[in-house]
Design a protein. Structure first.
Length: 274
């Protein structure tokens, strides 16, 4: 089933674009992240069971000379573009652990989904501000980690709703131009993996429905939604993208208005795995 919604105006704040443009300039050298490759039989078993690589060979990050340095860089960018968070981010920076043992523990747990890192801080802080800073810091390292472990799994045959690298939920989907194959995109690791052509990646319901929006250059966008779990997934149909270059990171940022429309229709962001 298909329905069409009308987009009355652009809902993409320029400040949001500026924020992510500056974040994208923070670079993580390859040698900052390492991992210990598990035996091939462990990888094969993990692949069959759908275990993300981060659980089999977690990233090892240089703590003292890099992780907290990057975190402070991200904090400065947040304060510049989100001045309403400036005081809270400053309090978070003051509360970060400064002894070596706690720093090591903090960083090792930063890459474990669901870890409560607030307990390692020197004083109470805003959980929202802390989470915002931590998420954007970890994301940069996860992008690099995704590149160095990508060869361990066959993403073309993964065919699961969760990311093969970090286990997260997809931000976007893409229909390939030539074959129409569907690929899911993880906004944390920025990797793509193959998934079935139709159906919900969150609850695996086989029914597919989507809405589109009226407007110039909107033909390539669809928002698939599931009335079973109320999740939605922004999707790019490359057959309607002409010769436009597709950068899924910026497609996600530049289609915030689709998130807003989906939320207004009563559907939910399902990025957090259950």
């Amino acid at each position: 089933m298909r329905k069409k919604l009308k987009m009355h105006e652009s809902l993409i704040p320029q400040e949001l674009v500026n924020f992510y443009q500056e974040l994208s300039q923070v670079l993580i050298p390859e040698d900052v992240i390492t991992y210990t490759p598990p035996p091939r039989e462990v990888l094969n078993e993990g692949y069959k069971k759908g275990i993300p690589l981060i659980k089999l060979c977690p990233p090892k990050v240089k703590v003292f000379d890099f992780f907290f340095t990057v975190m402070k860089q991200i904090a400065a960018i947040i304060q510049k573009h989100h001045p309403d968070l400036s005081i809270e981010i400053t309090e978070v920076e003051k509360a970060l652990p400064d002894d070596a043992t706690t720093q090591e523990l903090f960083v090792s747990q930063a890459f474990i989904p669901g870890s409560n890192l607030l307990i390692h801080l020197k004083q109470p802080v805003s959980p929202e501000a802390f989470g915002f800073l931590l998420n954007h810091t970890v994301k940069l390292f996860m992008q690099q980690y995704g590149k160095i472990v990508a060869s361990l799994y066959d993403f073309e045959q993964w065919q699961k709703g969760d990311c093969p690298i970090c286990g997260g939920r997809p931000n976007l989907a893409l229909f390939e131009k030539e074959t129409g194959k569907r690929y899911l995109y993880c906004g944390m690791c920025e990797i793509n993996w193959r998934f079935q052509r139709l159906g919900c990646p969150y609850c695996l319901n086989v029914e597919s429905q989507f809405f589109t929006v009226d407007g110039e250059r909107q033909e390539k966008y669809r928002v698939y939604f599931c009335d079973h779990c109320r999740g939605y997934l922004k999707t790019i149909n490359c057959k309607n993208a002409n010769d436009d270059e597709i950068d899924l990171f910026w497609e996600d940022i530049n289609t915030v208005y689709l998130d807003i429309l989906a939320l207004q229709e009563g559907y939910l962001n399902k990025l957090e795995a259950s």
